[in-house]
Each structure stands twice: as C-alpha cells, then as structure tokens.
Design a protein around this ligand. Sequence first.
Ligand SMILES: N[C@@H](CCC(=O)N[C@@H](CS)C(=O)NCC(=O)O)C(=O)O
Length: 215
Amino acid sequence: MKLYTYYRSSAAYRVRIALNVKELGVLYIPKHLLREGGEHQLDDYLALNPQGLVPALEHQGRVIGQSLAIIEYLDEIQPEPPLLPDDPGERAVVRSMAMAIACDIHPLNNLRVLNYLKGPLGHDEAAVGRWYAHWVAEGFRGLEEMAKRSSADGRHLYGGSVTLADVVLVPQMYNARRFRCDLAPYPTLVAISTYLESLPPFQAARPEAQPDAEA
Ligand SMILES: N[C@@H](CCC(=O)N[C@@H](CS)C(=O)NCC(=O)O)C(=O)O
C-alpha cells in the first residue's frame, strides 16, 4: 500500500489517522504542494491521480483519490476497529458530521482556493485570513451543536469510540489553530479534539511527525 501525502495536507492527515487506527502498514510518498509549483501538478503524479490533489492511495494496482473514499475503503478491507457504526442510521449521522467538515469547510479553504484569492483575485493576507476563519466558524457552529447531541462521553463526536467523524475533525482543528481561528465558541469540539490528539494513532499522524515535515 502506498499513500501519496504531504505533511500539512489535512485530507492526507485524515487518511494517516485511519491507517494508524487500523494498524495498516503503508509506504508514504511525499508530494510537496509548494515546491516547483506543486509536485502534485507534475505529470508523473497526474498520471496516477488526474485530479492532482493529495491524498491518493495505491493498492493492488488501483489508485484511489478522495480521503473519505480511501478511509471507507480501508474500513472495508480492514473492518477492525470499525470507523462506522453497524446501524445504517447511526452510520449516516457519522458520515454527515464528517461531511460537514470535508464537504462544507475544507473545499472552501484548501490551498488552491487560498491561492486563487491571493493571486488572480488580488486579496491580501488579512482578507484571506478572514475568509478562512469565516468558513471555519460557519461549519463549526453547527458541528458544535451536533457534537453536544451525539457525543456519549465528551471525547468523541459520535458515541463513545473513534469514528470517521473524529478522524476528520482533528486535522480541521489543527488547521484552524494554524490559521489562528477563534475556537472559544466551540468548547465541545476543542475538548473532543484535545482528547483524540492524545491517542497514539492520532499522534503518529500529526504533521510534525511526518518524514517530510519542515520546521
Ligand atoms: N476532497 C479531497 C480534497 C483533497 C485536497 O484538497 N487536498 C489538498 C491538500 S489538503 C491538495 O491537494 N491541495 C492542492 C492544491 O490545492 O493545489 C479529499 O478529501 O481528498
């Protein structure tokens, strides 16, 4: 199994957490998103993943893009410990929490969007920072309420064990802190993330622990 990754990519961070939770061995192949205009835009990588985004997982001759698709694939080939509940209704709720981040926050704030705001649209760093914080706040406001209703122990977004929703939360929290977003209005999310970040599979997946990490 090979994972095309970048230490600071939050979508790759999700997959690294899932791989660690499932104790699956993987070869990490870093793709630097900034060097040479982005190694993810070079022909060799586009031949593997025409979307030109990280992460991508290569396994048994197939290349899979999209972190949520990769994580669900890992959950199917290695069912223990499960990242999705057995019950279809519970599974849908967990997916909805994961998608609240992966579909509604992250795509508005990923590198190519920020670069487009700064470059062609000519916005300065301060404006881009406001854009970033705005979409985090919009997404976290609803997720905070969802977490209050669905967490069984104040340590997991749903129920009392690690799910797909937790795997997606931690990288988004990491990025929110990196961009200095105000997290005071989301005490439930902060408490959950703080607990999860202390777990070994999450620790080993954090950007600073990656072989391609930069100071
Ligand atoms: N929906 C995709 C998002 C992937 C994505 O946006 N990856 C970012 C890094 S977190 C990327 O490759 N960005 C390169 C760019 O924006 O040019 C997923 O979940 O895998």
